[in-house]
Design a protein around this ligand. Sequence first.
Ligand code: COA
Length: 701
Amino acid sequence: MTDPAAPTTLPVAYAVRDGIAVLTIENPPVNALSQGVRAGIIAGLEQADADPAVQAAVIIGGGRTFIAGADIKEFGKPPLQPYLPDVLKRIEAMKKPVVAALHGTALGGGFEVALACHWRVALESGQVGLPEVKLGLIPGSGGTQRLPRLVGPKVALDVILSGNPMPARKATELGAVDEIVTGELLDGAIAFARKVVAEKRPLRLVRDMNDKVSNVDPAVFEEIRKANARKAKGFLAPWRCIDAVEIATKLPIDEGLLKEREFFFECMGSPQRAAQIHAFFAEREAAKIPGLPEEVKPKTIRSAAVIGAGTMGGGIAMNFANAGIPVKILEVSQEALSRGLGVIEKNYATSVARGSMKQEAMDRAMKLISGTQRFEDIGDADIVIEAVFEEMGIKKEVFAKLDKIMKPGAVLATNTSTLDIDEIAASTKRPQDVIGTHFFSPANVMKLLENVRGAKSSAETIATVMALGKTLKKVPVLAGNCDGFIGNRMLHGYLREANFLLEEGCLPEQVDRVLEEFGLAMGPFRMGDLAGLDVGWRIRKGKAHLRPKDERYSRVADRLCELGRFGQKTGAGFYRYEGRDARPDPVVTEIIFEESKAQGIERREISDEEIVQRCMYPLVNEGARILEEGIAIRASDIDITYLFGYGFPVYRGGPMFWAEQIGLDKVLATIRGFHKIHGKFWEPAPLLVQRGEAGKGWKDR
Ligand code: COA
C-alpha cells in the first residue's frame, strides 16, 4: 500500500529496452530510498511483471550512484508506506528475472535492494556495503540475513561491523556480486539479463541459499564478540548486528527477518541512533561556511612545507604525503631534522608491519617527504604550516621570516593550539593569507582539523584550508580566534573539575573509570599521564602570576611534577606504570589526602553521576559561551570538534547534543546548583540560561 501523501510523480523512470524493463532511480544526490523511490520501484516492477513484452527487469541508479541507502532524513519520523521490506518482498515475488546494476555506492538499504534481486552486476569502480552500524543501526531489511547466505557469517560480519564499503571486485570474489561489467553499465546489465533469459536460468533468490548458514559453530560468534569487545564498548548496534547474523544461522529466513526487524527498531528507538545520525549530518554541515561568497574558490595546493620536525610537524607532513602532495620539512638543526625524518619512517614502517599500509604506499609517501635547513628552499610551497614550539615570540619570528621568503599568495598557517592568530598574523605584511590549522596529536591519525580564522584571514584562505581538510581526509571545523579556540578552551573546565574532585573525595582511578564508562577512550588522569604532566605544569607556572590569590587551585598535579612524576614517560604520574599498565599508587593517594586537608576540605563519597556532571557540564557551559561569541558557527561544530579531536563517544553525539538530549533546562538547573556550592567557575553561560529557561535547544530562536 502506498501512503496517500505520496508524490504523484515517482522518482523512478520506467522504460523498456530489448525486452528488458529498466527501472532508473532518479533521486539526487545519492538516490536515497525515500518513500517515492520505494513506491516507484514497486510500481515499476508491477508494470514489468504485467507487460508480456518484458522478459526481465534491471534496477539501476541514475546519476553518480546506485541507491546509497535509506533516506536518513526520514529516520526518527513516523515511517511512511510502502516500507522497504515490502519493496524487497515485491522483488522476490517477481516471476521474471530482476538484475541489480550497481555503480557508485550501493550502501545500506541500497545494497539490501540488490541482495533481494536475483542477480547483481557492477562496475569495477562500484562499492557495496552496509554502513548502518555507523548510524547506530543494524541493517533492517534483510542485510543481516541475506548477506551471510551469500558470503558466510564471518565475512558478512566483517562487512556489517566495519560499516566500510567493499570494492565491487572484492564483492565479486566473495560471491556478493555476480559479474563485473566493463563499458556502459546499463548495456552490460541488459546483456546479462538477456543471457539469463536465453539460458532459461531458474530464478535465484538469496533467501533460498542455506549452505553457508547451516551447521555454523556458535563459537564463531563468541569469538567475534570477544574480538569486538573493546571497539564496540558502550554501543548498542554492533552487538545487535552480531545477534542478528547469529540468528541467520539458527532460524529460517522469515523468522530471521522478523527478528532482524525487531533489533532494527530497538536501535532506531535508541538515543544512540539519534546521536550518530546527528553526527553524520553535523560532519557535513561543518564544511559549510555561511557568508563565504560563492565565487570564492579554494586555492589549489600542489606542494606544502612544514616548519618543525617534532611530533606534530612530522605527523602533519605525513598527512600531505599520504594525500600525494610533496612536502618539505624545515628544521634548523640537522640533528632534529634527521630525528624527525627517522620518526616518520618508523611510523610508516609500523603501519606496514601491522598490515594497515602496503610497502609501496610507504615508499611513495617517503619519496614525497624531504627535509631542509634553509628557509629559501620552501619559498615556492603553496602552503606552509608552522609547527614549532608553542611560544608567541618564536612563532612571530618564524612568521616574519615566512613573510619574506614565501611566494605571494601562499597560505601561511600556524598549528598553534592556543595562541592569538591575529598577533601572529601581525608579524607579516599579508595577514589575509595567515590562518590557524590546528591538528590533533597524533596528527597522522586524529581526524579533526580545527581551522582558526583570524580577523583578517581572507575568504579565499578560509576556503583553502577547509578544502585542504577534505584533501587530507580530515574533518575540518572552522573556529574563531580566542584563547584555546573551540576544543582546548572547553577542556579547561573539564580538567579543572577533575582535579577538584580529587581534593573533594575521589581518586584518579575512580574519575577515570566513570568517564571511561561514559565513553571516553581515556579518563583525564590516564590521558594526562600519557601526554606528559610537565607540559601543563610549565604552562601553569608561566601563568601563575595572573591567577587571583583567592581563586581555588588544585596543587595535586604540581606536587606530582615536583617529584619528577611526569606520567608514563617517567614511569609514574597520577599512577605508577608497569609497562603501559596504570596502577593506583599509594604515594598519589597520600598527596591527594594531604591536599584535601590543606584546602580544609572534608572528603566525601562522590557519586558517578556527579563525576560525569562535574567534568562534562563545563564543556557544555563553555560551549554555550563559544557559541554565543560566534567562535563556533553552530553547536554541532562544537560536537564535531569533540567527536573527532577529543574522543567524545559518538553514540552521545557530542557534548552539545548530549546536553540537549538531557534537556538544557535540566543541565542549567544542575549548573546553578554547582554555582551555589562551588562559586564563580560555575557561573551559567547567558545563552544556556536563555535556552534552558525557555525550554529550547541550541538551534531554536
Ligand atoms: N539519506 C539522505 N541524505 C543523504 C544520504 C542518505 N542516505 N546519504 C547522503 N546524503 C546527503 C548528504 O547529507 C549530502 O547532503 P548535502 O549536500 O545537503 O550536505 C549529500 O547527500 C551528499 O553526501 P556526501 O556524503 O557529502 O557525498 P559523498 O560523495 O562524500 O558520499 C555517500 C556519498 C553516499 C558515500 C555518503 O553520503 C554516505 O556514506 N551516506 C550514507 C550512506 C548510509 O549510511 N546509508 C545507509 C543508511 S541506513
